[in-house]
Ligand binder design. Sequence first.
Ligand code: CA
Length: 620
Amino acid sequence: MRIALASCLLLIAAALPTRALAANRYAIDHLEPASWWVGMKHDHVELMVHGDGIATTTPRVAYVGVRIVDVAKVANPNYLFVTVAVARDARPGEFAIEFVENGKVVATHPWRLDARAPGSAQRRGFDARDAIYLVTPDRFANGDVHNDNVAGMEGLDRGNSNGRHGGDIAGIRQHLDYIAGLGFTQLWSTPVLENNQPKFSYHGYAITDLYRVDPRFGSNADYRALSREAKARGIGLIMDVVLNHIGSGHWWMRDLPSNDWINNGGKFFQTNHRRTTLQDPHAAPQDRRTFLDGWFVKDMPDLNQRNPHLARYLIQNSLWWIEYADLSGIREDTFGYADTAFVSQWAKEILDEYPDFAMVGEEWSVNPAIVAHWQRGKTNPDGHVPHMPSMMDFPIHTTLRDVLPLAEHGPDSSWIPLYEMLANDFLYPDPGRLVVFAENHDTTRLLAHLDGDVGLWKIAMAYIATIRGTPQFYYGSEVLVRGPKDRHDGELRADMPGGWNGDAADAFTGKGLSTAQRDAQDYVRKLFEWRKRTPVVQSGRLTHFAPDGSVYVYFRHDDRHKAVMVALNKGDAAKTMALDRFGDFIKPGERAYDVLNDRDMQFGASLTLPAKSATILELR
Ligand code: CA
């Protein structure tokens, strides 16, 4: 009887429209951001309200210190853009935003004001003192098998290199001590926000909800806990932000606010990837438009940040995550592809709110003039005023990988292209703030590129740890994860050994690692632990000497007679070099600490560098 009654009620409920069941006549599907903070410089917040026919209503707020200062409508009547002003003395708390029609409240939605954490505005972004550990969260560690499959979303498929493997935020949280123990002080995770896409959702760059962590990675609260626990271990959290595009499964795509929300009216057309059209004085305007407004790929609709509501949404979204998750930096994806004036405004507004914050942009160009165009302080002929503190150093990345495998032919050292690329530092307003890397989640693994040559790989690691800038390392490299030599994203983003139950080898405990893997891991630990406690190698001046054959020597030094000598020999044979050339820095009889061999040494008239090795000497 009871069962029959319940079924009957369910039938009645199912037959009624949901709106009639609720007190609200209008259902609000989204109201974003869902909260803000008291005391932000950005004290005007534009709320995006989405619900069937909501534009016919008038919003109102009855909460001391919060008032509505603007209401904007767009082409689609299912959207309202409501700007609220938050007074400095507003009390943190939750309250309702009401939507009124014909004098009656027809919908309400909760909204919340939070108190800021102490020191929030003064947060320090990452800089050259730091070293960054990059992870692809789906591939690092599966800390919670219960989130591997979520109803309605792409499920676990570990046998498929392009599928989801189950790694998550819980897995990263479980291994923060490991990351800290390697000497890293910043954690950059590729995007963790919802990617409810039918395929390739593991990589995270097709975001379908900009305010929600993907449930297969965890929750927003889990991401915040990751940040808190990392910070307790001296590690800052860098969020990967995508301003250029969204995933085709984003809810906007089912009900676009306006025709100009997505470039090309919401229909796919391919970008030409011709990034130089932005700086090239001879570029055809049509090519420039195709570069900027074309889509990266078909399942990533290209956002039109010239729409002021979208621009406001994206800027607020970044501010929200910085404040919510207590971030120490942002890595911004596909930097040049987004509207040029917008990316500049975005960076400026973030720095207005957090003057010491750090953002690094991805401009995948081998030309330092193109990369320098975007760095704060650069005066550009076209008048573009950039605000990014940092950019990824793709020119050095590419050149380092090019020269490492080269043998010596002819009179010029094979190091010369790298030596001369570094000479282009005069183009940058602040080369010390570039992020240097030998590999990332979009490149073949360095070890694969070098055909497994661990000696050359070690030289590259020593180089990124000692050259100017902030080094960035890619997870798994320390245990010689190699992947294919031809780029295959799903395979180079291989599972970290030990991240999954039943793994034969475990990078985290050392169990089952080969001798070569242990040696590589020890090398990385030694290098970055030493870097972490050696200020002169983080931010000292850089002086390099013209390479001679297989040998490249440079010094990091300050004015107080602290100096580090780095000597790289990538030749097949040991090389003995006279030291008189370096007399400004070292003299026979002086002592130094041999960092990688953990021993003291004394300079004579010459120095012998083993084959394919880095020698790092900290002068006493
Ligand atoms: Ca999982």
